[in-house]
Design a protein around this ligand. Sequence first.
Ligand code: NI
Length: 185
Amino acid sequence: MIIPENVLIDAVTGTVATETERYEKRVSDLRQVFADREAVERMVAEKGNPLVYQVRAYRKEGCDLWFGTTTIEPGRVGSEYFMTRGHFHKRRDMGEVYYTQAGNGLLLLQSRDSQIETLEMRPGVCSSIPPDWAHRSINVGDEPLVFFWICNVEAGNDYADIVQKGMLKRVVVGNSGPQLIVNRS
Ligand code: NI
């Protein structure tokens, strides 16, 4: 029998008090993700390879769901905002839920048949990601973007497709805020 329990998550920082997993991605880990490869190398060489995002998770043996937080730092590589790699789930029948705790972001979603959708991420917004939509989060604000996520332990992350081909759109700095442009790289 699995005993129910609470897990404390800091509303602002996204710290998971009893995390079981954590990883971070720096600019150098995301060389294939950003369009401006020269800007990537410049940041790595001159700015000390900044942290882009951290994932903290809680997984309990025998539970069907696991959850955690993602914290994306504010920043840009060239004209592109700091963002996550983005992924489809290995299980095509399993979606995910995001709940934005802090900051200001965009959730970029792409269906298997190449439909693109964006959802605003701001505190209090709960985003429903249906099965078989790739999802990438982008920090378009000046503060860390922190969101809680929860999905089935079997969902699995398939990064290969998105890292190799990219998503069909990119979010860049426009004249009056974030702008969605066609990905040409
Ligand atoms: Ni996911």
